[in-house]
Design a protein around this ligand. Structure first.
Ligand SMILES: C[S@@+](CC[C@H](N)C(=O)[O-])C[C@H]1O[C@@H](n2cnc3c(N)ncnc32)[C@H](O)[C@@H]1O
Ligand SMILES: [Zn+2]
Length: 277
């Protein structure tokens, strides 16, 4: 069941209508009060990718690839991080603790959530607001769901399938948004960054990490191979990402640290949080 707190900040990714209702048909779904589009809830996970987008070929290819990677991801990701990217997996956990802490009193969004590997290690008992995880791959989401059921976080984390270029949330609905190793994988990073900015509340916290070139030769060889096969289509250098974040977001300060080939960033959207919180 989707918690009321989450439903209240959701909107229709097709037409932007601010209200989605639980459908009354036998198959559970969310229904847009504006355009009438129905978003099926599949085994508890709403599919917020509009139908016309699902039919696009480029999404089919990415989904197939990511679904293939999902079963190995939990083992491969920490090993790759240590051996190839040369970054301790604990760095991600530190960063996620900070990002969840910064959501206090508001909503936390992780995009992409993947298999929930990072959020699964976070002590979130003290955080009252909703924790939301979004990904485009069903296999990743299913593994995240199993993880949160096993570790007792299932009632705290709402998972949904969504397109990062059109997230199903009201403008300014999210207090802290974290994107761990997703930006280098998205089809259109600029659109996704603009979308992150749209859903982040004024004063909100944006953080994440991205794989970059130019830090070590082995990593660069693997990244070149990934790019050749279209796994990660748009990999760039550290300097490129810094200037892109500054240019696209327009936030006054982008803080960053690089460990091996992993670039970590954080920034605050200008403005004051809403007075009621
Ligand atoms: C390297 S994983 C990172 C997952 C997670 N944040 C973590 O650190 O474990 C990249 C994730 O991005 C998601 N992803 C890649 N391309 C995507 C796209 N175009 N739309 C939505 N999710 C995408 C994949 O499904 C995958 O879960
Ligand atoms: Zn709609």
């Amino acid at each position: 069941m989707i918690p009321r707190q989450v439903l209240d900040i959701m909107e229709c990714p097709s037409c932007g209508h601010p209200e989605l209702e639980i459908g009354t048909r036998r198959q559970p779904d969310l229904v847009c009060g504006g355009c009438g589009e129905r978003y099926p809830i599949v085994d508890g996970v709403p599919d917020m990718v509009p139908r016309k987008k699902v039919q696009q070929y480029r999404y089919y290819r990415t989904d197939t690839l990511l679904n293939l990677i999902a079963p190995f991801y939990d083992v491969a990701a920490p090993l790759m991080s240590l051996a190839v990217w040369q970054c301790s997996p604990l760095r991600y956990v530190d960063m996620a603790h900070k990002a969840v802490g910064r959501s206090a009193g508001g909503a936390y969004l992780e995009c992409p959530i993947g298999t929930g590997l990072v959020l699964g290690h976070i002590q979130a008992e003290h955080v009252e607001g909703p924790l939301i995880g979004v990904d485009s791959s069903w296999k990743m989401l299913r593994r995240a769901q199993a993880r949160f059921e096993e570790n007792g976080m299932a009632s705290r984390v709402t998972l949904m399938r969504a397109d990062p270029e059109r997230l199903p949330f009201h403008p300014g609905a999210i207090r802290s948004l974290q994107s761990v190793n997703g930006l280098h994988a998205f089809h259109d990073r600029l659109k996704v960054l603009a979308e992150f900015n749209r859903v982040l509340e004024p004063g909100g916290f944006l953080s994440g990490s991205v794989l970059v070139r130019g830090q070590n030769a082995l990593a660069d060889t693997i990244l070149d191979t990934y790019e050749r096969y279209g796994v990660f289509p748009m990999l760039r250098s550290r300097e490129f990402i810094i200037s892109e974040l500054r240019r696209v977001l327009g936030y006054p300060e982008v803080r960053h640290e690089t460990y091996g080939s992993v670039f970590f960033f954080s920034s605050n959207k200008p403005g004051e949080p809403p007075a009621s919180t």
